[in-house]
Write a protein of this length. Structure first.
Length: 292
């Protein structure tokens, strides 16, 4: 790489708000064959909101929200923040819990008085409650098909109900993904969310492939698998994304993301739009052409 070509490429990139940390990262971007995008906070805004509250037959909305509030108020997860804000707005009383525990990538549990309370995804709650009625299963399925994340709340062995949370796809994500595909790049979405919700979001976004139910420590392994098929650029915003950003051939962090992700990345996008992923690759391709 000639220093002049690198300087020119970096100058163009900086004007767009794309920060290449090294000359090597500016050269690497153009070699990308596969782009792996984190879902929450990267393709979507990451600002989750409660959309549906469905108490099960033997519970009530008040009771469901009371238990959910006590549990979710203990966590900083985007799902927890959405549930907590919703319960506070509904003037639900906040009760104290003990023995609070996070089951990373699955949900939460704690002790409320003498009751064990749980909140999380279907595969986690299914192991705890005696029965999830076919009616509740069809609610869960319907919510997921709408691209929402169903959070199941249980107490002792019983399901109290379902709270759906959802965030929206960033306005320019579908266009950004279509640009990448037009550049001959294979686009994959990674998420800890369940398969049905993930597929609904993937269809809206237009990605080629989805890898769902990825555990927080599993993104790195997925990247290593993808690297067997081509040169991989990983794009993410969260603490969970840091090992994957480091392992990939190139790591791109969303500027509005966590410091951990920004530190782990080779490239930082100041405008937090994934259209700048395509722009970064294009600038690098031009830079490489000027060299050879
Ligand atoms: P993501 O990749 O979307 O950030 P996570 O790995 O954090 O997802 O979580 C995966 C899934 O585990 C969530 O979609 C949700 O179903 C469940 N989950 C995780 N944390 C919580 C929580 N605090 N409250 C309820 N459910 C949770
Ligand atoms: Mg994320």
């Amino acid at each position: 790489a000639t220093p002049v070509a690198i300087m020119v490429g970096n100058g163009v990139a900086a004007k767009t708000g794309i920060l290449f940390k090294t000359a090597a990262s500016l050269e690497q971007a153009g070699k990308t064959q596969i782009v792996a995008l984190d879902k929450t906070g990267t393709i979507t805004t990451g600002e989750m909101k409660v959309t549906d509250v469905i108490a099960s037959e033997e519970s009530s909305e008040k009771e469901l929200l009371r238990v959910a509030y006590a549990l979710e108020s203990k966590s900083e997860h985007p799902i927890s923040k959405a549930v907590t804000a919703y319960a506070a707005e509904k003037d639900i009383p906040l009760e104290n819990t003990a023995e609070f525990e996070v089951l990373s990538g699955n949900g939460l549990q704690a002790l409320l008085g003498s009751d064990r309370i749980y909140g999380g995804n279907l595969s986690y709650i299914e192991k705890i409650v005696e029965l999830i009625s076919s009616q509740n299963r069809s609610f869960i399925d319907k919510l997921a098909r709408e691209g929402k994340t169903p959070v199941l709340i249980a107490r002792n062995g019983k399901l109290l109900g379902i709270i759906a949370v959802s965030d929206v796809i960033k306005e320019d994500s579908p266009q950004a993904i279509s640009e990448l595909k037009n550049m001959g790049i294979h686009v994959v979405m990674l998420t800890g969310d369940n398969e049905i919700t993930a597929s609904a979001i993937a269809a809206q976004a237009g990605v080629d492939e989805v890898v769902a139910s990825v555990k927080p420590d599993g993104k790195e392994a997925v990247i290593k698998q993808l690297m067997e098929h081509g040169v991989v650029t990983m794009v993410g915003d969260g603490i969970n994304d840091a090992p994957a950003l480091t392992s990939a051939d190139l790591g791109i962090a969303i500027g509005a993301g966590t410091d951990v992700a920004i530190d782990a990345a080779d490239v930082v996008l100041m405008k937090s739009s994934i259209r700048d992923v395509a722009a970064a690759i294009r600038i690098s391709r031009k830079t490489l052409r000027n060299i050879h």
